[in-house]
Design a protein around this ligand. Sequence first.
Ligand SMILES: [Mg+2]
Length: 412
Amino acid sequence: MKIAAADVVVTSPDRNFVTLRITTEDGITGLGDATLNGRELAVVAYLREHVVPLLVGADASRIEDMWQFLYRGAYWRRGPVTMASIASVDMALWDIKGKAAGMPVYQLLGGASREGLLAYGHASGKSTEELFESVRDHLEQGYRAIRVQTGVPGLRSIYGIASNTTSGGNAGVRYDHEPAQRGARPAEEDWDTRAYLRHVPAVFEAVRNEFGPELPLLHDAHHRLTPIQAASLGRSLEPYDLFWLEDVTPAENQEALRLVRQHTTTPLAIGEVFNSVWDYQHVIREQLIDYVRSAVTHTGGITHLRKVLDYAAMYQVKSGMHGPTDVSPVGMAAAMHLALSIHNFGIQEYMKHGARTDAVFRQSFTFEGGLLHPGDAPGLGVELDADEAGRHPYEQAYLPYNRLADGTVHDW
Ligand SMILES: [Mg+2]
């Protein structure tokens, strides 16, 4: 099963996506997601200049061997650009293997460990009333777990609030949360940690009072707190029984979570900016986290993330794979196949893509009764419509950044 061709498709239906398409000599096509939000073209260059020339003529059936060749063979290991590139090759080869076998990828990974994947959606509001409306809307859409993000009095704009609408040809479409904005410069947001810490517990109290004790609630602090601030937040949220508190401290410093853990029993999730098992070495072994937030797309693909999750399983740490709209439908499908097959599944983040994106990427997964399922089409179950993709050329877009009131740049 030799690889005859590989090409990189860049398309921007509702936002930018980078997709690797591998075709075998007998005409089987596999897709891999290589989307790195705000730095998309770095991965395109890595793939086109350094990876695609190595793929042509290689054996598409040797997935593990290809992974090791691209990882160890580069010598310069890890990093989001490298690992997203390798991830896209890995996903495409799993897609091809599934199509060749006539099976969905989750069957190749050992078969289903559950009926479906509990998914959480993103509710948000600048005010409590707006937030309640957003929670109700998500419950009506079928979500059975909800991430709650709130505005903070005195701050103009804040991570996670659905104030953004898309620009350009798709103007006005509301996303639950799509922070990357098209344009030549990133948007500037403001931040005040003390105001945030004062406000958030009252919001969770209000949400619990309105929606009751059973609904799983999640919250993302987006890497903005010091360890002692994070410990304080975790403790102040304990009465509201969070499913998890995410990304409390900047993720580079694994040891920061030790202090947080000493002070709170609120479950912790981290890892959406991690890209290899080494980023998790201490936080898993020392049981400093409860959920692994990696995306298949940013963590070396199904092959590598499965190893991370198997390692996590030994410490009762579960999956909570990254799944906002900056993961393409191909990356989402890969996450669903992996999540369905592993034993230590926790929850799956799921933001619906826009209609334009769904027209480019034809998908066979389902979302029913709050549960995702990847479907039973052979491979990953996603097909790329090249004509539709060609109608939406790349547009420069950046994630925002933060400044404090005195002008200091803060973690976004
Ligand atoms: Mg996060």
